[in-house]
Design a protein around this ligand. Structure first.
Ligand code: ZN
Ligand code: FE
Length: 255
């Protein structure tokens, strides 16, 4: 199974998984790059998976469905281009011979879902849309800090070697913030060097991994005493896990 990020717009990735014959894509905000990829690879588009309703994740769905006959899957509780099969946490779908588990991850949007798979002979895979970014997290447009913290905790509990397929290339700016929160975090410092080298060659910094994110991502590290103390310099009222997370998110929004 081959995993390819197709760049779209300024900084989106439309993730494609294919076995040489059939493919799935996740969050096709535009159709053209996907049409070009399936043409180039000589594969048939079997399925379209959507994580949430934002247009940069759904804009290409209708054209791709019409052009390829691919089945469309998306969240139960969000406005979606019909027709599609609607999914919610705990559902399992079979695509390309793969079992994909649906995880509810509200926060960025109210009904956001993620897809997780453990392919035979390969490391696990997570398509997390705009919930978890490398060294960052999605903004809270529709959900509460408590919801987003619960969602990120679910993702952090996945195996460390899980390949994390985020929907945006935000890693470099995420690391600048991560370094402000944790100036002495050696994992952040060394990853920043690698990310700089990749971006200079216009290469993706993704997929990340759950293990790496637990080491570098401040939004997965709000339980640490050192992070809590730093966040309290920004907002002294942040005491419990949810208010620390909320303060960190507010800090990042203003950063
Ligand atoms: Zn979004
Ligand atoms: Fe997005």
């Amino acid at each position: 199974m081959n995993l390819i990020p197709l760049p779209a717009f300024n900084d989106n990735y439309i993730w494609m998984l294919h076995d040489g014959a059939r493919a799935l894509v996740v969050d096709p905000g535009e159709a053209q790059v996907v049409f070009e990829a399936i043409e180039r690879l000589g594969v048939q588009l079997a399925a379209i998976l959507v994580t949430h309703h934002h247009n940069d994740h759904t804009g290409g769905v209708a054209d791709l469905r019409e052009g390829t006959g691919a089945r469309v899957f998306g969240p139960m509780h969000e406005p979606m281009p019909e027709p599609l099969m609607r999914l919610t946490g705990g559902d399992v779908i079979q695509v390309l011979g793969l079992s994909l588990q649906v995880i509810d991850v509200p926060g960025h949007t109210a009904g956001h879902i993620a897809y997780y798979a453990e392919p035979a002979d390969q490391t696990p895979l997570l398509f997390c849309g705009d919930t978890l970014f490398s060294a960052g997290s999605g903004r809270l447009f529709e959900g509460t800090p408590a919801q987003m913290l619960t969602s990120l905790d679910k993702l952090a509990a996945l195996p460390d070697n899980t390949r994390v397929c985020c929907a945006h290339e935000y890693t470099a700016s995420g690391l600048v913030f991560a370094r402000t929160v944790e100036p002495d975090n050696q994992a952040v410092i060394s990853h920043q060097i690698m990310v700089k080298a990749l971006r200079e060659q216009h290469l993706p910094t993704l997929p990340s991994s759950i293990g790496l994110e637990k080491a570098i991502n401040p939004f997965l590290r709000t339980h640490l005493e050192s992070v809590i103390r730093t966040v309290q310099q920004f907002d002294a009222s942040a005491q419990d896990p949810v208010s620390v997370f909320a303060a960190l998110r507010t800090w990042k929004n203003q950063f």
